[in-house]
Design a protein around this ligand. Structure first.
Ligand SMILES: Nc1ncnc2c1ncn2[C@@H]1O[C@H](COP(=O)(O)OP(=O)(O)OP(=O)(O)O)[C@@H](O)[C@H]1O
Length: 300
């Protein structure tokens, strides 16, 4: 399969702060990829660099083997960014018509209405009269106007009500079934799991996991043994064990993340460590996601 997107050692520094730090991955034709991560993880910055809307500090981003700034490449890409800003005083149907006119093979107005759930009434509204949710629907129609091969959606469902979300994801599935490549960013693990066939998990500017949703979930739902230590316990004491993936301190407890709690317990007793209140937990998915991505850890 052809690489539709290829990014190599991509880095963006804003005022000495690394927003994106040496990120490399490629995306193949027909993949539906969720870029998942908390606020400030670098999702938008990475997307903007892929789209050629922001210059990288280092590294490069290629789309269809070229710079996305090129017109011939832009014509093959549809984009919906977080802030949908529409030209005032135009009716929705006029702005969609205008966008359609930019492309060599646009979708018809009827196709766009069918895909986005815009009503005839919406089409006759002036853009400044639209609600936030309606604006996003128009933004969606504009992203699809040129019948693109590759679609980028930056946190697409923010501000959408439940019905609009449903229509949106149903359409995304339809587009995916037509073989289009779809890349979207989200804060929500559930959304990524429901829609994507691959999740790239970002945290603090780096990719911390990349794989099928079930593999990422498997990684995130590791069990833990946690306890309160009554004296210093070096991280190395547990991190060396083969079944241990991480050791950290949170809320005064030491957490040993593992897929084999029995062997961690055995080790704990064998070492005769002075600990109390031992707990074994099967991490909940959302909780584990937070553990992986939030700054809740303390130095050990
Ligand atoms: N133009 C800018 N100037 C300075 N700092 C920026 C700029 N754009 C982004 N940043 C910083 O870069 C980091 C990554 O931001 P980015 O918007 O890419 O994250 P994100 O994962 O998309 O977050 P969100 O989910 O909140 O949109 C943040 O710390 C942000 O404050």
């Amino acid at each position: 399969m052809e690489d539709v997107v290829k990014i190599n050692q991509l880095t963006k520094v804003f005022n000495d702060k690394k927003a994106v730090d040496n990120v490399s991955f490629s995306i193949k034709s027909g993949e539906v990829v969720a870029i998942l991560g908390p606020n400030g993880a670098g999702k938008t910055t990475t997307m903007l660099m892929m789209l050629g809307l922001l210059n990288p500090t280092n590294g490069e981003a290629k789309v269809f083997n070229e710079d996305a700034k090129q017109k011939s490449i832009r014509e093959r890409i549809g984009v919906m960014l977080q802030e949908v800003s529409l030209m005032d005083r135009l009716k929705v149907k006029e702005i969609i018509g205008l966008f359609r006119s930019y492309y060599p093979n646009p979708l018809s107005m009827d196709q766009l209405i069918g895909l986005t759930g815009l009503s005839q009434e919406d089409l006759n509204k002036r853009t400044e009269k639209l609600s936030g949710g309606q604006k996003r629907r128009v933004g969606f129609a504009l992203a699809l106007a040129g019948n693109p091969d590759l679609l980028f959606f930056d946190e697409p469902t923010v501000g959408m009500d439940i019905t609009a979300r449903k229509v949106f994801w149903e359409t995304v599935r339809k587009l995916a079934n037509q073989g289009k490549t779809i890349i979207f960013s989200t804060h929500y693990l559930q959304e990524a799991d429901d829609i994507a066939d691959r999740i790239i998990l970002f945290n603090k500017g780096s990719v911390v996991a990349d794989g099928k949703p079930e593999d990422i979930k498997g990684k995130l739902t590791k069990q833990s043994v946690s306890f309160i230590a009554l004296h210093d316990i070096p991280r190395e004491m547990f991190i060396q064990l083969s079944h241990v993936s991480d050791v950290f301190k949170k809320d005064g407890r030491i957490f040993v993340m593992t897929d084999d709690t029995d062997s961690v317990l055995a080790r704990l007793f064998e070492l005769k460590l002075n600990v109390k209140d031992i707990r074994i937990e099967k991490g909940r998915l959302e909780e584990a996601f937070e553990q992986l991505t939030e700054k809740t850890r303390e130095a050990m």
